[in-house]
Design a protein around this ligand. Structure first.
Ligand code: PMP
Length: 396
């Protein structure tokens, strides 16, 4: 079979290959980017879907508008307003089939072969792969504990003249890092100064454990005149409510949103109306604050347990910053005491000891850090976390 040339730019990830091993009985997995299915608000979602089927069965089961189910768009605009976003109407966003689809629509709408897309190094692997399908060069900008290094970002914008800059400013995947307020404002200034599109991917911003993180780039955009014109924001219900609903959204300047909507029309026509009507009723019932409080407290406890266990079991063989939200630990093997410092090799040995995580190198578009690893604390309970990290210590 002759396949399209665009597939030459991508490969199934090393991480997918590793996931195949996770079916082994007794494995404790810190590998996935999933929320814990035991925490889904099944009762609330059941009630919301019942309301969708009793109050507007026609709309919930019929074809719908590509832009999204209007009552959901209104609920999402109100949700964003509650998080400090000003002047957003229901028509200023479209509903997407997960935020993953928003990333694809952005790439489809903006990226040509020979363009450059700047991303964080490391960043969400599926974004790198999705962008590459459209042929651009994807280049990583270094980050530190406070997110992307903005001086370096400016240098690289000047050097590469990128078509877009993709950032996960809050509790990044995989880095867990959060961009400081000062750097957020700098990013918005750079967008205006260099007329560069900035994509803010924000599936984790609501999952904070203590103090709330700084406002989103979108919420801050009214402090930097002109920046809203260059900003795209992607949101998702996946990590806080349910990824199976496949409800995400995209906020962008009107013309760009219209073009992305056209691309979506040719792709899936619209996101499941049933899922959208269910999500709309869920939000309308006012359940989100309690759901968020619950998931934050459970993940906070697990993150603490994992941090404590990592210090206890791995000591100075591993360095990390304790995450303040999100789902991930991002850590570096130091090789201290002659111990292994290769993430991929340790991942293999760890599977033999009954614990799984993902090596960090595949999350880099270029210049991979082979000492990095990513551990998710979302799906294992505290006891499993302790046991799993003890196994990791043995593997090391
Ligand atoms: N962006 C990031 C940074 C993610 O981590 C994920 C999920 N792992 C997504 C987007 C896609 O999520 P969804 O399509 O379920 O909204």
């Amino acid at each position: 079979m002759q396949y399209a040339d665009r597939l030459n730019n991508v490969e199934t990830s090393a991480i997918r290959e590793l996931f195949k091993l996770l079916g082994k009985p007794g494995i404790i997995s810190f590998a996935g980017g999933f929320p814990d299915s035991a925490m889904f608000d099944v009762e609330g979602i059941r009630e919301a879907s019942n309301l969708a089927l009793t109050q507007e069965p026609g709309a919930a089961l019929q074809y719908g508008a590509t832009e999204g189910y209007q009552p959901l768009r209104e609920q999402l605009a109100a949700f964003m307003a509650s998080k400090g976003v000003k002047g957003l109407s229901a028509d200023g966003l479209i509903v997407t089939t997960g935020s993953q689809q928003a990333l694809d629509l952005i790439a489809k709408t903006l990226l040509n072969p020979n363009d450059v897309a700047l991303v964080e190094g490391p960043t969400f692997l599926a974004t790198i792969q999705c962008f590459r399908l459209y042929g651009p060069q994807v280049v990583g900008v270094p980050i530190d504990a406070h997110g992307v290094q903005v001086d370096k970002l400016e240098e690289m914008i000047v050097q590469h003249k990128p078509k877009l800059v993709y950032l996960i400013p809050t509790f990044g995947n995989p880095s867990g890092a959060t961009l400081s307020l000062e750097r957020r404002l700098r990013v918005l200034e750079l967008a205006v100064k260099y007329k560069t599109v900035v994509v803010e991917d924000d599936p984790y911003g609501d999952l904070y454990f203590g103090e709330a993180p700084p406002p989103s780039l979108l919420a801050l955009s009214d402090q930097v005149p002109g920046s809203r014109e260059w900003l795209i924001h992607c949101g998702s219900l996946s990590k806080v409510l349910s990824p199976g609903l496949r409800v995400g959204w995209m906020i962008a300047p009107p013309e760009l949103l219209a073009r992305a909507t056209m691309c979506k029309q040719f792709s899936d026509a619209h996101t499941s109306t049933f899922a959208q009507a269910t999500a709309a009723h869920y939000l309308k019932a006012g359940r989100m604050p309690a759901t968020l409080a619950h998931v934050r407290s459970v993940y906070a406890e697990r993150a603490q347990a994992m941090g404590d266990a990592l210090k206890r079991e791995l000591g100075d063989a591993l360095t990390f910053t304790q995450p303040k939200g999100g789902l991930f630990f991002w850590a570096n093997l130091t090789g201290v005491g002659g111990k292994l410092n290769d993430g991929a090799e340790l991942a293999k040995r760890a599977i033999e000891k009954g614990v799984a995580f993902v090596p960090g190198a595949p999350f880099f578009a270029n210049n991979p850090d082979t000492t990095a690893i990513r551990l998710s604390f979302a799906t294992a309970d505290v006891e499993k976390i302790k046991e799993g990290i003890a196994r990791l210590g043995q593997a090391l």
